[in-house]
Write a protein that binds this ligand. Structure first.
Ligand SMILES: Cc1cc2nc3c(=O)[nH]c(=O)nc-3n(C[C@H](O)[C@H](O)[C@H](O)COP(=O)(O)O)c2cc1C
Length: 196
C-alpha cells in the first residue's frame, strides 16, 4: 500500500479545483504522492444519470481511495455558508469506513472557495471538519508562522485554505492564497509522514 494524501473536492466552476491542484503541489513538495479525486454532482437521479467516469477533469473517488489514504484534504465551494451537497452526499455514504475505523488517527484538513469575502468561508471550513472528527481524524489548520495569513487581502484562514473568487466566480487565486494552499498540503503530508 503506497502512502498518499487524498485531496477530495467538489467544484462546479473550477475555483476549488484550482485550489486542489496547488494543495497537491504542496503535498508533493513534502515528498508524498497527492491523489486528487472528485465526486459527482447530485440531482434526484444522480446515480442513474452520471457516468462512472467523468467526461473530463479528475476521476471520482472510490471507497478504496478513501480507506487507504494516509491523510485527507477535503475541499468544497461554499454553498450558503456550508459545504456543497455533492460532497456531503459522498461523505454520507462513508458509514462502512466509519465503522471500520479506516480514517482514525490520520491527519486531515479542509479548503473552500466563496464568491464574497464575508460569505461564510469560516463557517464552511468549520462545518467540513465535523464529519472528519466523527471519523476520528486529526485536524490540521494553518499556523500564523505562515506569513501570508498576516497580510492576505482575500482568502486564507487558520481553519484551512480559502479563496475569494468574486461575484462572477472568475478571480484568479492571489499569491497569498496559492502560498497558503501549498502550505496546507505540505503540512498535512509532513504530519502524515511523521505519524507513519
Ligand atoms: C447555491 C449556491 C450557494 C452559494 N452560497 C455562497 C455563500 O454562502 N457565500 C459565498 O460567498 N458564495 C456562495 N456561492 C458562490 C460559490 O461559493 C463560489 O462561486 C465558489 O467560488 C464556487 O467554487 P467552484 O468554482 O469550485 O465551483 C454560492 C453558489 C451557489 C451556486
Amino acid at each position: 500500500m503506497s502512502d498518499y494524501t487524498l485531496i477530495l473536492y467538489y467544484s462546479r466552476h473550477g475555483a476549488t479545483r484550482t485550489m486542489a491542484q496547488h494543495i497537491a503541489s504542496g503535498v508533493e513538495a513534502a515528498g508524498m504522492e497527492a491523489r486528487v479525486r472528485t465526486v459527482p454532482a447530485v440531482s434526484t437521479v444522480t446515480e442513474a444519470s452520471e457516468d462512472s467516469i467523468p467526461q473530463d477533469g479528475d476521476i471520482y473517488c472510490d471507497a478504496k481511495d478513501l480507506a487507504e489514504c494516509s491523510a485527507l484534504i477535503l475541499g468544497s465551494p461554499t454553498r450558503f455558508g456550508n459545504m456543497a451537497a455533492a460532497l456531503k452526499y459522498f461523505l454520507d455514504g462513508t458509514a462502512s469506513e466509519w465503522m471500520n475505523g479506516d480514517l482514525i488517527g490520520k491527519p486531515a484538513a479542509v479548503f473552500t472557495s466563496t464568491s464574497s469575502m464575508h460569505g461564510g468561508q469560516e463557517s464552511t471550513l468549520l462545518s467540513m471538519m465535523l464529519p472528519l472528527l466523527h471519523h476520528g481524524m486529526l485536524i490540521c489548520g494553518l499556523p500564523y508562522s505562515e506569513s501570508a495569513l498576516h497580510h492576505t487581502q482575500s482568502g486564507g484562514t487558520p481553519y484551512g485554505a480559502s479563496h475569494t473568487a468574486g461575484s462572477k466566480s472568475n478571480l484568479p487565486l492571489t499569491e497569498d492564497e496559492i502560498n497558503l494552499c501549498k502550505a496546507l498540503g505540505k503540512r498535512v503530508a509532513q504530519t502524515a509522514l511523521k505519524l507513519a
